[in-house]
Design a protein around this ligand. Structure first.
Ligand SMILES: N[C@@H](CCC(=O)N[C@@H](CS)C(=O)NCC(=O)O)C(=O)O
Length: 282
């Protein structure tokens, strides 16, 4: 069994408890590959303790010098591995459960650099807009931690990071970022929904996970979310619709995939050094 650790919102039932974009990347990978798993919930202040208890290596250092421990964390009882960092987990899953590949041979560099591009074009404009809505969704234990750590990072009160009068300018930048991504996709010259045209890869998982985050945090009925679905002739709406079959939390899968794990595969992943730097923002 695979356990996936995630940070809950303050909602106690299952509806919209899940919001973390980095965790959604892994949930989508698990669901896409049809790998049975269970989500366990952990508030922000408990992540470090959990990692230390299971010797999960930290993702890096915070500006204050302390180690930076993050979710997603996966525990795979088949291999006894505990591992964090979405990209490392995605590669671990690919190596150990290679059916339905998300990193096709020869595309690793292009897929990995896509995360940088997505951050540069889209996420950096979204972060300021999302930070207060994320805070408002968290339970008190996580809220306190989130406010302290993020205000330290931004050197501003959460409420002052994106004042209302800046919203339309910031949304315009988000829109222009998505326009750029969409233009790149058009350059494939194919009708396919995905970054590589007809071929669904981890690059699409990255886009969808962050879009799921916007939908969950802002709310599916908001005009901001509905706008995104319509932009670029409905490209993002179509992508989300396609991924809807994998957008669920721990529910039984309708179609079971024949999972053939690789026997005793050693966990020997290359530690890719990716240039993006959004740790400590969410
Ligand atoms: N590079 C990491 C980043 C993960 C990350 O930043 N996770 C956030 C939640 S979305 C977190 O756990 N933050 C912990 C903290 O701020 O102390 C990944 O891709 O998994």
């Amino acid at each position: 069994m695979i356990i996936l650790y995630d940070i809950p919102t303050s909602v106690s039932d299952d509806l919209d408890r899940d919001w973390s974009p980095n965790v959604w990347k892994i949930r989508l990978v698990l669901n896409f590959k049809g790998l049975p798993h269970e989500t366990r919930w952990v508030d922000y202040p408990q992540i470090r303790e959990l990692c230390q208890a299971h010797e999960v290596s930290p993702g890096g250092r915070k500006p204050d010098g302390n180690m930076f421990y993050t979710v997603p964390i996966v525990h795979d009882s088949r291999t006894s591995v505990y591992i964090s960092d979405s990209l490392r987990i995605a590669q671990y899953l690919e190596l150990n459960y290679p059916h339905r590949p998300l990193f096709p041979v020869g595309l690793n560099a292009a897929i990995l650099s896509f995360e940088d591009l997505w951050l540069d074009k889209v996420l950096r404009h979204l972060f300021p807009l999302m930070i207060l809505p994320v805070y408002l969704k968290l339970p008190p234990a996580s809220q306190e931690y989130f406010r302290t750590t993020r205000e330290l990072r931004y050197k501003k009160k959460l409420e002052d990071i994106a004042p209302l009068q800046d919203h339309s300018r910031l949304w315009d930048q988000v829109r222009r970022g998505l326009d750029s991504i969409s233009r790149y996709m058009d350059a494939n010259g194919m009708k396919g929904l995905f970054w590589f045209g007809e071929e669904l890869t981890y690059a699409d998982v990255v886009m969808v996970a962050w879009l799921v985050w916007v939908k969950r945090v802002l709310g599916r009925e908001t005009s901001e979310w509905r706008n995104i679905l319509d932009w670029n002739d409905g490209r993002w709406g179509r992508l989300m619709e396609h991924f809807q079959q994998w957008e669920f939390v721990d529910k039984p899968r309708e179609r079971s995939v024949n999972v053939i794990p690789v026997a005793n595969k050693q966990f020997v992943l290359t530690q890719f050094v990716v240039g993006y730097d959004y740790e400590g923002i969410l």
